[in-house]
Design a binder for this molecule. Structure first.
Ligand SMILES: Nc1ncnc2c1ncn2[C@@H]1O[C@H](COP(=O)(O)OP(=O)(O)OP(=O)(O)O)[C@@H](O)[C@H]1O
Ligand SMILES: [Mg+2]
Length: 336
């Protein structure tokens, strides 16, 4: 089965082809980072317009590279939400048009389910699992007994982990998105030079809080001599990353213990973070838990994860009508 995937929920335009015999045959991503960089964050209207310009040429490029025509596909899977509503509408109306034109089934995919199932693109899933979804807009703990069943245990009370990376990077004068910058610079940082809080550490609930971290970093950075020395920036990056990774790790393993799962997964853009991957892998091994994280290209937004999630829906007999609506927010839901 060949499923075309379309992802336009935020600032990446992506199309992919998932082939049930070969895996991911193609995953094309057109990033809008340069477009939004100047504004220090994603501008929704600009994102929608850029998707409109880029999406169909990307579909054409995919079909050409794969030597396929629309009629050779078996289905179209598209992100229906959550995300920026204008951006989602561009992807969804394009997906519907292609499905209608070629008389193909349409499958709407929840973006967060896509992030979770990205783990299955390069490894066998071990279930039940506790999944830490950490991205630009989400930080959640999701219990997953099987594909298609998701139980949200809790999440952040304020900022998402990705936002914490991006906002603190901005305070340090680093470009957007800040996560990859902090990941890189923290490697040169010296432990113990700075100290930042780990909020809600003693709180037994599966909840996170990252907004106080930004204030703590601002207070420290405002008191530093200008221009900021490269080593000082690296030292701050090191400690910010440790604070975020400590919070994520502790809550993930507490939730895994509570639900008696045999596996822990990472998902979402922050799952690309080297320190987080290393820490969770080491802690999982100590506890005899199976550990999975998507390959780095499949951590941040991509259509391969959407095409694969769509394939899982199709295998379970789930498709959507052309009345399908996009939605700006809403928790990942079980299929049955
Ligand atoms: N190596 C990294 N270390 C830490 N954070 C990272 C890394 N790579 C990417 N990120 C962060 O991941 C986030 C982007 O992830 P993703 O593309 O899934 O977000 P999104 O789609 O905007 O949000 P959501 O999935 O919640 O809708 C950004 O905040 C970015 O800084
Ligand atoms: Mg995402």
């Amino acid at each position: 089965m060949k499923v075309l995937g379309i992802e336009t929920s935020c600032d990446d335009t992506s199309v992919a082809l998932y082939d049930s015999e070969k895996g991911v045959a193609e995953n094309l991503v057109s990033s809008q980072v340069d477009l939004h960089d100047h504004f220090g964050g994603v501008v929704p209207e600009l994102a929608s317009r850029a998707h409109l310009v880029n999406l169909l040429p990307l579909v054409d490029m995919l079909l050409e590279r794969q030597k396929l025509q629309l009629k050779d596909l078996d289905a179209v899977a598209v992100t229906a939400g959550p995300g920026l509503i204008g951006a989602l509408l561009v992807g969804l109306s394009t997906g519907k048009s292609l499905a209608m034109a070629a008389d193909l089934p349409l499958v709407g995919v929840h973006h967060i389910e896509g992030h979770i199932l990205a783990n299955a693109l390069t490894a066998e899933l071990v279930l039940p699992a506790m999944v830490l979804v950490a991205s630009g807009g989400h930080t959640e703990l999701i219990h997953m007994p099987e594909v298609g069943r998701y139980e949200r245990l809790g999440g952040t009370l304020d900022d998402a982990a990705g936002e914490a990376f991006d906002k603190t990077a901005k305070l340090l004068g680093l470009p957007y998105p800040g996560g990859p910058q902090i990941d890189r610079l923290a490697k040169q940082g010296t432990p113990g030079v700075f100290s930042f809080p780990r909020p809600l550490r003693k709180d037994p609930r599966p909840v996170f809080s990252f907004s106080g971290l930004k204030t703590a970093v601002r207070t420290v950075v405002d008191g530093l001599p200008r221009p900021l020395a490269d080593q000082t920036v690296a030292d701050v990056c090191y400690e910010v990353q440790e604070a975020i990774v400590d919070s994520l790790c502790e809550k993930l393993f507490a939730a895994a213990r509570k639900k008696h799962v045999g596996a822990v997964y990472l998902a979402g853009g922050v799952a690309a973070n080297g320190r987080l991957r290393d820490r969770v892998a080491a802690e999982a091994s100590k506890r005899n838990l199976h550990f999975l994280a998507p390959e780095r290209v499949y951590c941040t937004d991509n259509a391969a994860m959407i095409a694969y999630a769509g394939y899982c829906h199709l295998e379970a007999g789930r498709t959507d009508s052309l009345d399908l609506d996009s939605f700006p927010r809403g928790p990942v839901a079980s299929w049955r």
